[in-house]
Design a protein around this ligand. Structure first.
Ligand code: AMP
Length: 573
């Protein structure tokens, strides 16, 4: 396929903010893509492989500037000047290519295959001379690009397409383009995406127009799956009422979700954001090999930190750094040990378990896992219809420093990617929210040079926008060297946010919604000062949530609910 077609599509899709209009444009475009060009679906979302794949384009502004300069013959200083004026290197590439075109006229036809071929070489480059080789691959593309192509090529390189197309838009457009019964198709397409997380392989099937063929898409070991999520229970009684009696009740461990894939001797670990974190947890790989007795499987689990001496469980924020740190792993493993609590199985010895009832899945877990406390265990669980027993179990979970309990219906299936009503979480009325940082203010005095207060936002589910709900400045250390929890200083948090800085006005900076943090607070109030309509009183930083994406942040409905709940002031124990 000619790359210009894709560039024109980007342009058209980016020119409207209306969801329906975008869906129509995308669905028209999907009809034009042939099966053999299915990898164009990765490019459409600004990627070269499925999103979970670790091979990313990874080009810095500096390299892009050099490539624009080389391909247009305009010196770097001028390119940087234009960048300052236009604020978007894509626009710079477009403008400067326009000038070059008048001079040379001749351009080769660029194809999406060629673009993918060159871009896919980028993450493979290593060692000496990498920068030069990267530059050559990119310059080759830019040199044969038209202005419009240069605009979108550059934005693709910098992972910033700005056309507002998300996975959900692709899902709707696939349903729109190829099926009569749109509603049914949307659901089935979403199921297929949640299972495979690979838009190109889903596209290949929907293109045939036969919905039932989607059932052929299977879980694959090594390909991450979206996890099933829980709804809330208000009380033990409510939990039983909603999931039915008897049901399984399990500890709700306060850690992070870990999906464990194994085939023969190969173990791969994914977070709920589909990131491969195998390298960070070598001890888990060993536990799996030693203490789980099955050939191939995908397990769903929660990894929880504990104190090596006292064996007490630790809250998530104490171990969160283990998810991202890629160096000193052995040391960290000693200092911040974790225990794996397995609570579900999605694939077992060559077969998908998604459509098996929970009671069967949980029985398999008990059969194949040899419990080794503080290494790997099957989650603590009771099966009961008795409220008293449930209450005792709940109290025990809290005493053991866990967050609460989960209620699970025994007969239901595993639904990847869905927040289901047959798995419920119950925890004491914890006044905490996961919020996104969308702005900040530079400090003065000893905090000079760093952001010292942070604008927090929750998500509006309807529009996908982030709405401000408060300003936070407490819970953060003055100096990186202080040994306290939470373990982040003003300078460290500022640096984490810096890549997402948008626009500076006086002391205030707008920040792209990327970083999610857990925040506690004393009270929620109505407030005209923030666009959410609410303000948190005394918000306090608890932890970074690198395992959560901005879409996973608390939404406005949850905030409203917490606001209502605090009036009732229901508290456990
Ligand atoms: P929340 O993050 O508050 O929505 O709570 C749901 C999360 O609890 C899940 O995503 C898991 O990471 C975690 N969790 C801890 N223990 C369990 C368990 N026994 N079953 C299911 N999820 C659990």
């Amino acid at each position: 396929m000619i790359y210009l077609k894709l560039a024109e599509f980007y342009n058209e899709a980016g020119s409207t903010t209306k969801r329906l209009e975008k869906t129509r444009i995308l669905s028209d475009f999907l009809k034009k893509i042939s099966e053999k060009d299915k990898d164009v679906l990765y490019l459409m979302l600004g990627d070269i492989y499925p999103e979970y794949d670790e091979r990313k384009i990874g080009v810095s502004n500096q390299i892009a500037i050099k490539a624009i300069s080389k391909s247009t013959g305009i010196n770097e200083t001028k390119v940087i000047h234009e960048w300052k004026m236009l604020g978007d290197l894509g626009k710079v590439a477009e403008k400067l290519t326009e000038k070059r075109k008048q001079a040379t006229l001749h351009t080769h036809l660029l194809t999406t295959d060629k673009v993918l071929e060159n871009l896919r070489k980028l993450p493979e480059l290593e060692g000496k001379g990498t920068v030069g080789k990267k530059l050559a691959l990119i310059t080759e593309l830019l040199a044969s690009a038209s202005p419009l192509e240069a605009l979108y090529l550059t934005r693709t390189l910098l992972a910033d397409l700005r056309i507002g197309i998300k996975e959900s838009t692709v899902r709707d457009s696939m349903a729109e383009a190829f099926f009569e019964s749109k509603k049914e198709a949307k659901k089935r397409v979403q199921d297929a995406i949640d299972k495979t997380n690979d838009l190109a392989s889903v596209f290949e099937i929907v293109k045939t127009g036969k919905l039932e063929k989607l059932d052929k898409l299977h879980l694959e070991i090594g390909k991450p799956i979206k996890v099933m999520l829980a709804q809330k229970a208000e009380s033990i009684k409510d939990g039983f009422e909603k999931v039915g009696k008897p049901c399984a009740i399990e500890y709700k461990y306060d850690g992070f979700r870990l999906l464990i894939h194994k085939d023969r001797n190969k173990v791969i670990l994914f977070t709920r954001r589909l990131e491969n974190v195998t390298k960070q947890f070598p001890e888990v790989v060993n536990y799996i090999k030693e203490y789980v007795d099955a050939g191939s499987f995908i397990l769903d689990s929660e990894a929880v930190g504990f104190n090596k001496k006292t064996k007490e469980y630790k809250p998530f924020q104490d171990i969160s750094q283990r998810i991202r740190r890629k160096y000193d792993i052995e040391k960290l493993q000693e200092e911040l040990p974790i225990e794996i609590n397995v609570f579900d199985i999605l694939y077992y010895n060559g077969k998908s378990m998604l459509d098996e009832p929970f009671e069967k899945r949980t029985a398999i877990i008990k059969k194949i896992i040899k419990d080794h406390p503080y290494k790997i265990i099957s989650s603590k669980q009771i099966i009961t219809d008795d409220e008293k027993k449930a209450e005792k179990f709940y109290r025990q979970a809290l005493k053991d420093h866990q967050e609460g309990v989960m209620f699970k219906n025994l007969k239901t299936f595993y639904q990847p990617g869905s927040r289901v009503g047959h798995m419920l979480k119950l925890k004491p009325e914890a006044r905490d929210l996961d919020l996104v940082i969308t702005g900040g203010e530079y400090g003065t005095g000893k905090r000079h040079g760093w952001l010292s207060s942070f604008i927090l936002s929750c998500r509006d589910k309807k529009t996908g926008k982030f709405l401000e709900i408060g300003k936070m400045g407490t819970g953060i250390k003055e100096k990186a060297t202080e040994e306290t929890t939470p373990d982040i200083s003003f300078s460290e948090l500022t640096e984490k946010l810096r890549p997402y800085f948008l626009e500076l006005k006086g002391k205030s900076i707008k920040i792209k919604p990327k970083i999610v943090i857990a925040v506690t607070y004393q009270e929620i109030q109505h407030s005209p000062n923030y666009d959410s309509g609410f303000a948190l009183r005394f918000p306090r930083f608890m932890a970074l949530r690198p395992d959560k994406s901005p879409e996973d942040a608390s939404n406005l409905d949850e905030v409203k609910k917490d606001f209502e709940d605090q009036k009732r002031n229901w508290r456990y124990g």
